[in-house]
Design a protein around this ligand. Sequence first.
Ligand code: UDP
Ligand code: MG
Length: 341
Amino acid sequence: MTSRETFDSTVRLSLVVPVFNEEEAISLFVDRVTQVFSILPEVVIEFVFINDGSRDHTLDVLLRLQQHDARVRVIDLSRNFGKEAALSAGLQAARGQVVVPIDVDLQDPPELIPTMIAKWREGFEVVLAHRRHRGSDTWAKRSSASWFYRIHNMIASPRLPENVGDFRLVDRCVVDALKALPESRRFMKGLFAWVGFRTASVHYTRPERSAGSSKFNGWRLWNLALEDVTSFSTSPLRVWTYIGLAVSALSFMFGLYIALKVIIHGVDVPGYASIIVAVTLLGGLQLVGIGVIGEYLGRTYIESKRRPVFLVRQIYEGGDADMASNAGAELPAPVLAAPRA
Ligand code: UDP
Ligand code: MG
């Protein structure tokens, strides 16, 4: 019997919300969630906000909110570690039976969560929120995303579901599986796909941001894509063997051709252009190959230091007894600060 088949129909839901300079968006978000769940008393909510090194008044806004809302818990990271690390911190702290990582800017509509919970009750451990189309994104973001998924699914495994962000509902067992993964470089979409479990989807149209602006520029997205490819595929390393073999085979044939030409027609001195082309082309190819190896080596090096994924300055617990009674709330190794009620 799984947790969802228990006689009592109460569901304990953790919303894991990373926030980075989001002072304007937070209260809009909490109000919308409260409104959605006001007609669903059987869903007990906790908000796990991870303040990812915000430089505005995000932390103050959160703490003020917590004073009159016991459902709010705040994990204040020591600096900006990035959304992936912030999500890891939130998953570590979440105490719910089901956990939903969600953006604070209302681009992940909370109205979808009751449908996700219904799917979960049917027995699915993962319920993905599938974007119907990406109308709210720029053309550049849409096309780079589509190329990213195409390339990922060609060279890496497991497949990443296309047009699915971090917004999804996962059962406690999935969270525990994710927490057990030891790597410190965490591309969450990839890790979610890697752990598997029975998966269903619901569809939605992604709206515009409620307030503030996107934190992901082209460079950050490119680095995220590199993170993914190097974490889930070794094809870019291995492909050099085949490129090398192909180039060697071509060179060998070219050498044979020249040798025969010399034997038949005698020595032919001109050849400056072809030599330069061959030298620069091969030099470039070799540098790219070394660069790819460097990319992997660098990541292996950083992984080998075994640094924590994130550091916590302080945990501000809400006073919600319903949720606090659940086990599994303590944050393990990466945390330095002790919880403060
Ligand atoms: N975010 C974060 N740390 C970062 C960047 C973003 O915690 O370094 C949070 C941000 O506050 C938001 C979520 O991640 O709640 C998604 O960010 P954003 O809306 O900027 O991304 P987009 O929707 O444009 O992909
Ligand atoms: Mg957004």
